[in-house]
Design a protein around this ligand. Structure first.
Ligand SMILES: Cc1cc2nc3c(=O)[nH]c(=O)nc-3n(C[C@H](O)[C@H](O)[C@H](O)COP(=O)(O)OP(=O)(O)OC[C@H]3O[C@@H](n4cnc5c(N)ncnc54)[C@H](O)[C@@H]3O)c2cc1C
Length: 518
């Protein structure tokens, strides 16, 4: 057994392998020359004191101990095996496919968007303010919404074994092993596409199939059972269908609604992206004017209750960029991403508040269970009207937003298409604007310097979670009324984030296999 110990070090010491190896050897009472391997298995930063410290957990292998085996997975051939249709190649769809392969079933993935390489070009066009391909953008395409993201890998999942396996699967497919031990692991937008392409290669090598530029448009039922999916004139049949289309696939909700498949309205959240200079966030969090060369770009996580309504920061991207995450040109939708080095000079996060079913009650008569979806669409379209052509987004300085006054000009931003001054405090639904203004004022008291005109709010952050659930039975995880339909991931309303969608995809694959073996 290796020795395991935690050292509390300065950031510089924690970056110095020779230093912490010598410290570890001394602590466990062996000669440095007897140390065969030191593995970092945990790293977290404690910035509560004036001088931040790094808690480094190490496994020390002495000469006689066998070194740990590298992460490895075997995926058997599934050629000729029972086929399962998966719609969507986001984390939920890809992890469902990998689990089905492990269990001996052949996944056929239908994906409306393109492979990661051509998708990169589509995304570059959106950033240049050119056209938006409604099937290939920040939300749609290989790897789903998480491919061009920060790649944060948090989850509230209680099943740590499953979480560990998901991270190991990503490492096996090319993510850096640091994600296995960082307290707040992230992959980075520069590295994610390679990981996604490697997962594709695993699926194809095992005999699975992925059809790109294939948008599911309808369901195919026989004898009360779902037997497949239509994509235009083509029918794709399988023993079961996993629907993992994410929460931006409004056409899927509309199609299900039209075909009489029961959906359920659910509460969700909307707001803005807020962007500060990263140096400002560093100075607040690390209590020092500069973070120096050894500390990472600082993050924050904020939450408050404003007159009974929750306001919170979401998907914080230290050293990141605000990105145009809309799926058509009639919307202004922003989100955030960071490269692995988190080295941009900006820090952004979503700042959102709850939208309750009672807030969209006025739309229920016309839209039924899709009322929240409609409310979200109206919010995005209103933001577009206050922006400008070419994905230019409406923005306001933060102190002006809170005080309710216009911003005469705007500071520099990471948002490449550009921003224009706008009265977000005026045109947003009043309950959202009021909750956000009160929330930012509270956050300014918790983090001195957060409420500043050096920062901006950018409109709008509308796709934090789905406003519509595709229900499933607690026992079978199948839609209660549509035999053979397995809703999965964020679009179904059962996950939020990359890892939680991936874990849900695995869980759904296991449910499919139980159903097929019944
Ligand atoms: C810019 C950005 C940054 C993000 N950053 C993070 C982060 O750092 N950490 C984190 O945990 N989460 C992040 N998220 C959220 C995360 O990406 C999602 O929670 C996650 O991807 C959901 O996974 P999913 O598989 O359920 O759905 P999605 O990833 O949305 O995948 C759905 C897939 O289905 C496809 N599809 C949709 N409709 C059809 C159809 N009709 N036919 C065929 N295919 C279809 C889509 O093209 C897409 O590939 C970010 C999201 C964005 C947009």
């Amino acid at each position: 057994m290796p020795h395991r110990l935690t050292l509390t070090l300065s950031p510089k010491e924690a970056a110095d392998t020779a230093y912490y190896t010598a410290q570890a050897a001394r602590r466990i009472g062996i000669a440095e020359t007897d140390v065969a391997l030191v593995r970092v298995v945990g790293r977290s930063i404690d910035a509560r004191q004036r001088l931040p410290k790094v808690n480094l957990t190490l496994e020390v292998y002495a000469d006689h101990e066998p070194a740990p085996a590298p992460v490895h997975f075997d995926y058997p051939s599934v050629c000729g095996r029972t086929e399962v249709i998966i719609v969507g190649s986001g984390p939920a769809g890809l992890f469902a496919a990998l689990r089905l392969i492990e269990l001996g079933y052949r996944p056929i993935i239908l994906e409306r968007g393109r492979e990661v390489s051509p998708r990169k070009r589509d995304i570059a066009r959106i950033n240049r303010g050119q056209e938006i391909d409604p099937d290939s953008n920040y939300a749609f395409g290989e790897g789903g919404a998480g491919t061009f993201s920060d790649g944060k890998l948090f989850t509230r999942s209680k099943k740590r074994g499953d979480y560990r396996k998901a991270l190991e699967t990503l490492v096996f497919h090319g993510a850096t092993p640091e994600i296995l031990y960082e307290a707040h692991p992230h992959i980075g937008t520069d590295k994610l596409p390679r990981v996604i392409a490697n997962i594709r290669r695993t699926i194809l090598a095992a005999g699975g199939d992925i059809r790109f530029e294939t948008r599911a448009t309808g369901l195919s039922m026989r004898g009360g059972r779902l037997t497949g999916v239509r994509a235009g004139d083509t029918l794709y049949e399988g023993a079961a269908v996993v629907l993992a289309t994410g929460h931006s696939a409004r056409d899927i909700y509309e199609m299900l609604h039209r075909e009489g498949v029961r959906l359920e309205a659910k509460p969700f959240a909307m707001g803005v992206r807020i962007e500060h200079p990263q140096a400002l966030i560093d100075s607040i969090q690390y209590h020092s004017p500069a973070r120096g060369e050894y500390l990472p770009a600082a993050a924050y996580s904020l939450v408050s209750q404003e007159r009974g309504r929750g306001v919170y920061s979401f998907c914080m991207c230290p050293g990141g960029f605000i990105v145009p995450a809309m799926t058509d040109a009639g919307q202004s939708v922003v989100n955030g991403m960071s490269p692995s080095g988190r080295n941009s000079v900006f820090a952004n996060s979503g700042l959102v508040t709850e939208v309750r079913l009672s807030d969209v009650e006025h739309l229920r008569a016309g839209w039924g269970e899709l009322a929240g979806l409609r409310f979200q669409q109206e919010f995005e379209a209103e933001a577009r009207r206050h922006g400008a052509d070419g994905q230019v987004a409406p923005a306001q300085r933060v102190a002006d937003f809170v005080a309710g006054r216009p911003s005469a000009d705007l500071p520099r931003t990471s948002y490449i298409p550009g921003i224009v001054p706008s009265r977000l405090d005026r045109w947003m639904p009043p309950f959202i604007a009021e909750a956000l203004r009160a929330g930012i004022a509270t956050f300014g008291r918790k983090m001195r310097g957060f409420l500043t005109n050096e920062a901006i709010v950018v409109g709008v952050e509308s796709r934090t979670s789905t406003p519509v659930r595709i229900p499933r039975s607690g026992e079978t995880l199948m839609h209660p009324e549509v035999e053979g339909l397995f809703p999965a991931g964020e679009g179904a309303g059962y996950a939020g984030g990359i890892v939680s969608a991936a874990l849900d995809g695995e869980r759904i694959a296991e449910a499919v296999v139980r159903y097929l073996k019944r």
